[in-house]
Design a protein around this ligand. Structure first.
Ligand code: ARG
Length: 459
């Protein structure tokens, strides 16, 4: 098949080379963005009288027809035309004749592909921001129902101090809030239009780049044509942000897996988010959080892949850069899919308050509060720590928790213990006493929820 760039060639392309160099199998995902970019470009060409208004109109109409036909599945891509840009140009010429060949005036595939990627990422970043908010909304909803739900808080996965379940869940709200902030910030860099940079050095035609940017809704144009076609840092930034976000999603997923185990039974995921076993009839497996945890790996891989592709490239465009696409598409799809599942999974999970509360009766996680009690009675904290450590050791030996000890037993260790120690011991008191700003007390958590809702309203 004759190539759009075939003029200086005397031989057919080797078939394997054709397969290696073609990107149409994956960059067809950019069809809409490519047409959108071309429509703006051709309108600008017409307005600048670089091509006639009639030709510009014909091309615009032709592009719209190609777009509709593609949507209906009436056209088939050909690997002989390498990528989405040349396939669409070929469809256009087939549709409206040689005048279609005027579309590529003052443009190169190098600025064209960078433009398509910017449009794609801009739209999807905005979509992902909305999805993050839906997960945050689900978290706040569960948190509101669980301000008074008490469970052990852990460090080193050892019981540490009892906390409010709402407080624990809201941790993920704030992680996602920072992820969202990073996505919003990254839009500042995605919002620059490369189109008009040509192959690398600009163009001899009197184009109006600001006008094309305005038509496409971009805030700025790249001021350096070489930079515009040479970098993919806007994609790297997205992949980095996505990696950090997937790390957060993976940690939450890990907790959901642990909490829904027989050993914990803190939550039960809705049946519609779990699967069974082909052999063990009793099984209900938390496949969704397991897979979200695992999918983090491919997103990290995509980041590492593109960092490596770009690291040794001389300026300006190099074919290596065609390898920027699959990782970006895969990351967008992975992140969108994960967030879409996460929101309803959190909304529908059943929180087992009794199991959580019971767990706090069966540990030494009120030990810090008893030390704090002795401090309020005048003992230096370091000394109090030692005394309570001894009581805990004794308790472990006798299989007795601090909650179950008598005043006599406490007083064996210090005369400072009085009847009021029993008020301090309960998990409810332990939680409500942590009333410092950002702490786990019910009133601090209620304030935090107001703040969280405020963040959701702002965007
Ligand atoms: N398919 C190419 C890519 O994705 C488009 C740019 C091709 N430019 C070139 N000079 N071969 O990078």
């Amino acid at each position: 098949m004759s190539k759009l760039w075939g003029g200086r060639f005397t031989k057919e392309t080797n078939k394997l080379v054709e397969e290696l160099t073609a990107s149409i199998s994956f960059d067809q995902k950019l069809a809409k963005e490519d047409i959108q970019g071309s429509l703006a470009h051709v309108q600008m060409l017409g307005e600048q009288n670089i091509i006639s208004k009639e030709d510009a109109d014909k091309i615009a109409k032709g592009l719209n027809v190609v777009g509709e036909k593609l949507e209906k599945g009436e056209l088939s891509y050909s690997i002989a035309h390498e990528d989405i840009h040349m396939n669409i140009e070929k469809f256009l010429i087939d549709e409206i004749g040689p005048v279609g060949g005027k579309l590529h005036t003052g443009r190169s595939r190098n600025d064209q592909v960078a433009t398509d990627m910017h449009i794609y990422l801009k739209n999807h970043t905005e979509e992902i921001i909305k999805l993050v908010e839906s997960v945050q909304g689900a978290i706040v909803e569960q948190a509101e129902k669980n301000i008074d739900t008490i469970l052990p808080g852990y460090t080193h996965l050892q019981r540490a101090q009892p906390i409010s379940f709402a407080h624990h869940l809201l941790t993920y709200f704030w992680m996602l809030e920072r992820d969202k902030g990073r996505l919003v910030d990254s839009l500042d860099r995605v919002n620059w239009l490369p189109l008009g940079a040509g192959a690398l050095a600009g163009t001899t035609f009197p184009i109006d780049r600001e006008r094309t940017a305005e038509l496409l809704g971009f805030e700025h144009v790249y001021p350096n044509s070489i930079d515009a076609v040479s970098d993919r840092d806007f994609i790297l930034e997205f992949l980095s942000t996505a990696s950090i976000m997937m790390m957060h999603i993976s940690r939450l997923s890990e907790e959901l897996v642990i909490w829904s185990s027989q050993e914990f039974q803190f939550v039960e995921l809705d049946d519609s988010f779990c699967t069974g076993s082909s052999i063990m009839p009793q099984k209900k497996n938390p496949d969704v959080p397991e897979l979200l945890r695992a999918k983090t790996g491919r997103v990290y891989g995509n980041l590492m892949g593109l960092l490596t592709v770009l690291k040794g490239l001389p300026l300006a465009y190099n074919k290596d850069m065609q390898e920027d696409k699959e990782g970006m598409f895969d990351t967008v799809e992975t992140v969108e899919g994960s967030l879409q599942l996460l929101a309803p999974m959190i909304e529908t999970m059943v929180v087992n308050h009794d199991k959580m509360r019971l767990a706090t009766n069966q540990d030494y996680s009120n030990a810090t509060d008893i030390a704090d009690y002795l401090v309020t009675k005048g003992m230096p904290f370091r000394e109090a720590h030692e005394v309570i450590g001894k009581i805990v050791l004794d308790g472990i030996k006798q299989s007795k928790f601090l909650l179950d000890m008598s005043l006599d037993e406490f007083q064996k260790y210090s005369p400072l213990f009085k009847e009021d120690i029993f008020k301090v011991l309960t998990p409810e008191h332990v939680v409500s006493a942590r009333n410092s700003y950002g702490g786990t007390s019910q009133s601090q958590v209620a304030k935090q929820i107001i703040l969280a809702k405020d963040k959701l309203r702002k965007l």
